[in-house]
Ligand binder design. Structure first.
Ligand code: FES
Length: 106
């Protein structure tokens, strides 16, 4: 199964990606060529360069961030109430329709 996700990039452009349920959201973004999402640690929850901002409705559907994710998000100047690290979110857990915004670079 896959989901369509509307992604707003840093320049305000939007694109639609097809994301496989077996991937993390970071992997799906990376595989679809969203290269402004650096994901430097490869998904180990240690870099915070995979930061995305979700709509309230999408954020509310997900389990809360772990303590490690929460601490890393705190290191971002651009954290919002609905920020997540995309490597810690499974595509399978996202509702449809789904939208997100790539967070500004720290
Ligand atoms: S890829 Fe490094 S924290 Fe997500």
């Amino acid at each position: 199964m896959s989901k369509t996700i509307e992604v707003t990039l840093r320049d305000g452009e939007t694109m639609r990606i097809e994301a496989d349920d077996g991937l993390t959201l970071m992997e799906a973004l990376r595989d679809n060529g969203v290269d402004e999402l650096l994901a430097l640690c490869g998904g180990c929850c240690s870099c915070a360069t995979c930061h995305v901002i979700l709509p309230d409705t999408v954020f509310a559907e997900l389990s809360p961030p772990s303590d490690d994710e929460d601490d890393l998000l705190d290191s971002s100047e651009h954290r919002t109430a609905t920020s997540r690290l995309s490597c810690q979110v499974s595509v399978a857990d996202l509702p449809t329709p789904c939208r997100l915004t790539i967070a500004p670079e720290d």
